[in-house]
Structures are given as structure tokens and as C-alpha cells.
Design a protein around this ligand. Structure first.
Ligand SMILES: C[S@@+](CC[C@H](N)C(=O)[O-])C[C@H]1O[C@@H](n2cnc3c(N)ncnc32)[C@H](O)[C@@H]1O
Length: 287
């Protein structure tokens, strides 16, 4: 049997040959996932042999990654804002920018009483669960059009012991009763072309329904902006993650529905988040 250090070297070489930029790290993460150890262990025990049955399991994991399946789907989980979030092919892998959005909300509203939060397009449940964990007094409603995604989100609530959240199948705000102090969404916002040009990990494995929207990627954002006013409490906030080139179009559309819009950048300085307040309470015709 080859020792761990040799297996690591060969795996790195294999993943590099498949064009994976993070080949070394991915090999370490896959091996430590299989051996249920941390990465340091691999280097503290470089001469340990691996049992035959584990070796063939590792080769299977490695070939999945070689086919460009995202590491997070293979390992089956991702850390999101300190939560362990299970991910599978029904849900988008939560992104770091989305953690930034959660962080902005907590920095800005963290000390105020927030009674109700609506997470639209919850996917794995990442946003809703992170906010439910922080705003322990709040009731969180998490909606998604995809029942399979909601099953994963529900499991994630149990996995993290979070109980102040409930899940509902729905089409954005249709049939949503009551008002919320905070409505938050990371809706689909890619164009078809952006999706087709995305890396294989995204294009071949993540759900297109979770990523792509009509009207240059703006249809779902416009639908939410056009209909959220009726569901926002007085002084409530609608917070959205968006594409980086969409803010001009969003500002021009949103001024018909909200009196206050703030456009915010991510850590790379790209326009990625919009906060809307003071809805005009128009009856929306957005379809
Ligand atoms: C970009 S993903 C975001 C997932 C998760 N909130 C996150 O940030 O990682 C968009 C989500 O919106 C959901 N979705 C798409 N169209 C929808 C609709 N009409 N109503 C409700 N949810 C929808 C998708 O199923 C997907 O889970």
C-alpha cells in the first residue's frame, strides 16, 4: 500500500492534470474527509499506509472531483457563518459573498429587536438559518419553489439545532401573509450566457433553476422588488444579493417601489447588495 504522503502527491498530480487550480488543497480535503481527520494529521503521519478498501473509496472521490464535481457536493457539507450546512445537487453551494450579506445585516441590525424575517429562495437554508441563529427572538420563514431544496434546508435546521425557523414551498411572495421586519433574498440573477460561460463545477453540477433568471438576469429581482412592499413592516428592510453589473437597472426599477435604496459593495469592491426601505405600497403588476 502506498503511504499517505505518496497518495497525496499522486492525487495532486491527477487533479492538476484535470485543470483544478486548488489541486493540492482539494486532495488534502478529500483524503482527510475520508479518513475523518484534519489535514494536519496527514502530514504528521506521512508514512501511514491506507487500507485497500479505503484506497478504492478515495479513488472514487478523486475521480468525481476530476470530473469537476464541486468539492462541497462530494464532501457533502460547507461551513456557512459558523454553521455546518449540508449540500447536495438540489441546492446551490452557499457563497462567501452571501456570508458577507448576512454579516452586513447582523452588523447593521444586530442590536435591534427583529421579530420576523423572511428568507426568499432559501435553498440550503443558509441565510435563514444564520439569521435565525443570531436573532434568537425572531420567527424566520424560509420559502423556496423547490421542495427538494426545502428538504435539505429542513435537515440543516435539525443538524444545527435551530428551531425558530419554518419552511414553506412557494413562488416568491405569492400567498405570503403578514409583514416582516426583514426580507432577504439571494435570488437567481445570472443570464443564460453567464451560466453557459461559467466553470464546469457550476454549469454541470449546480441547479440552473437556482442561478439563472430571465430579462438579463433581472426578472426574479424585479419580481421581488415589485411585490415585497406589502409584506414589509414599517421601517422594514428588503436586502438583496445581486449581480455586479445590475445596480443601475435595479435602481431605476426600484424607485417606483421604494423611496430609499442603498447599493453596497462586497469585499472586492463589486456592487453586490441592495438594501431597500420605505416602500411606496403600490399594487404591483410585475409578472
Ligand atoms: C441563488 S439560490 C440561493 C440559495 C440560498 N439562499 C443561498 O444564498 O445559498 C436561489 C434560490 O431561489 C430558489 N427559487 C428560484 N425561483 C424561485 C421562485 N419563483 N420562488 C421561490 N424560490 C425560488 C431556487 O430554488 C434557489 O434555491
Amino acid at each position: 500500500m502506498p503511504p499517505l504522503i505518496e497518495i497525496l502527491k499522486q492525487s495532486e498530480h491527477f487533479l492538476k492534470s484535470k485543470g483544478i487550480a486548488t489541486a493540492k488543497l482539494d486532495a488534502e480535503l478529500l483524503l482527510s474527509h475520508l479518513l475523518r481527520c484534519n489535514r494536519l494529521f496527514l502530514y504528521l503521519h506521512p508514512r501511514d499506509d491506507m487500507r485497500e478498501c479505503l484506497l478504492s473509496q478515495f479513488q472514487h472521490l478523486l475521480s468525481r472531483r476530476g470530473n469537476r464535481e464541486p468539492l462541497q457536493y462530494i464532501i457533502g457539507e460547507v461551513d456557512f457563518y459558523g454553521l455546518s450546512i449540508a449540500v447536495d445537487g438540489n441546492v446551490l453551494i452557499p457563497r462567501h459573498e452571501t456570508e458577507e450579506l448576512v454579516d452586513m445585516i447582523i452588523s447593521r441590525f444586530g442590536n435591534r429587536p427583529i421579530g420576523s424575517i423572511l428568507d426568499l429562495g432559501t435553498g440550503s437554508g443558509a441565510i435563514g438559518l444564520a439569521l435565525a441563529k443570531h436573532f434568537t427572538e425572531a420567527n424566520v420563514l424560509a420559502i423556496d419553489a423547490n421542495q427538494n431544496a426545502l428538504s435539505t434546508a429542513q435537515k440543516n435546521a435539525m443538524r444545527n439545532g435551530i428551531t425558530n425557523i419554518r419552511f414553506k414551498v412557494g413562488d416568491w411572495l405569492e400567498g405570503v401573509d403578514g409583514t416582516f421586519d426583514m426580507i432577504i433574498s439571494n435570488p437567481p440573477y445570472l443570464t443564460d450566457e453567464e451560466f453557459e460561460n461559467a466553470q464546469d463545477e457550476i454549469k454541470n453540477f449546480e441547479p440552473k433553476f437556482a442561478l439563472v433568471s430571465k430579462n438579463n438576469g433581472l426578472a426574479d429581482i424585479f419580481k421581488i422588488i415589485g411585490t415585497a412592499g406589502k409584506s414589509l413592516a414599517k421601517d422594514g428592510t428588503l436586502a438583496l444579493e445581486t449581480g455586479s453589473s445590475q445596480h443601475e437597472s435595479i435602481a431605476s426599477f426600484a424607485k417606483n417601489y421604494f423611496d430609499k435604496l442603498e447599493s453596497m459593495g462586497d469585499l472586492n469592491g463589486e456592487d453586490r447588495f441592495v438594501f431597500l426601505q420605505n416602500p411606496r405600497n403600490l399594487v404591483s403588476q410585475v409578472t
